[in-house]
Ligand binder design. Sequence first.
Ligand code: PLP
Length: 463
Amino acid sequence: MQTPDYQRLDRAHHLHPFTDFKALGEEGSRIIERGEGVYIIDSEGNRILDGMAGLWCVNLGYGREELVEAAAAQMRQLPYYNNFFKTTHPPAVKLAETLCRLAPGHLNRVFFTGSGSEANDTVLRMVRRYWALKGQPEKQWVIGRENAYHGSTVAGLSLGGMAPMHAQGGPLVPKIAHVRQPWWFGEGRSEGQDPEAFGRDCAAALEAKILELGEENVAAFIAEPVQGAGGAIIPPASYWPAVKAVLAKYDILLVADEVICGFGRLGEWFGSVHYGLEPDLMPIAKGLSSGYLPIGGVLVGDRVADTLIEEGGEFFHGFTYSGHPTCAAVALKNLELMEAEGVVERVRDDLGPYLAQRWQALGAHPLVGEARSLGLIGALELIDPATGERFDESLAVGNLCRDLCFASGLVMRSVGDTMIISPPLVITHAEIDELVDKARAALDATLARLADTLTEPQQETPA
Ligand SMILES: *Cc1c(COP(=O)(O)O)cnc(C)c1O
């Protein structure tokens, strides 16, 4: 089969996730056929640097034979068995032990799921159940953040704060509220605030929401250490300490969604470690298996776990694929390789600082209002060079830049006019150089294209 054959069948039968079906049908999908290291190769033979590690998950890169072998060996031994009805199997037990060893000291239990969305469904059930068992059943409200992404099941969608998602498929799960996100460039800068004051204001907004709902009614606050899909939003340094203080003051659980930040992305095993958070629950997925097989889970702190265990009786929740043996075996091997190769330390001490230095230089580009990164996550905020302000949304400059990136051999994603990267954690210095060079070329091409568009009406005006 050739590219047009795949595209025809794809158009006829395949409804893609997060996609305008009709528009894609007209344009045709790009067919990705192979992966090697940090590169993907499409059906036309183009070699593309995957600046997004798939969807924030292929942390060890493509083509790791050890992971393939781990899957094959486990499938020969026991491809599937469940963890219901008083049974388990070696991969699930070993993975649970390894995760709890790598996680901060008070997180000693894990509940497995098939994905990050299922992990956040589990979170919602657990926090409400926890407070019910504690004799405070009215503590049901969960506070999330605007523009947050916590998955696409009904609970994930409700916990998340993406307005276009909320506008489809409601009503949402009741008793979930949202507060402002600590996105200084998008929201604090325009209000003329310095970043640290803005970070404190965001924490104050959380406190105000708690008081509005009544502290006796609020179960938990959920947030990513660094917001990924929302636009690689790295909060000001003042934000997390202030949020921690608010949560402690009102005895509200902290859920740190580590689906992206976990497993080395910020240069520590978990984003919570980077920021000194002590979350009660940590949903995980994505990098857990480097995306080779689907698996997620929730790491549960002693406070919640002890209550669920000692006072809870049966917890009526779980998935057919909770702790799937083949997925667990691959995740376990993935973590073993990361430890053996010192991947997390290399992100912290070498690759993160190197990317930061190269990435900062893009901040001087006329289209870029801010270049930020932490570990191996980064963002560029696009602005109109003429005014220093954001472009009109209708110009869809971010999408244009993303398409030009793809054309120049780089996957960089756009969230509005924020360009984001999250490359595999095994990227080399030379590959980081290539990534930055291609990003710069795409910015130049975007600027050239905009110059054409913006000058066109003048050419049409009769002199
Ligand atoms: C991707 C993501 C999820 C959802 O994970 P899925 O495996 O796609 O269900 C949840 N939270 C965050 C922070 C994510 O980035």
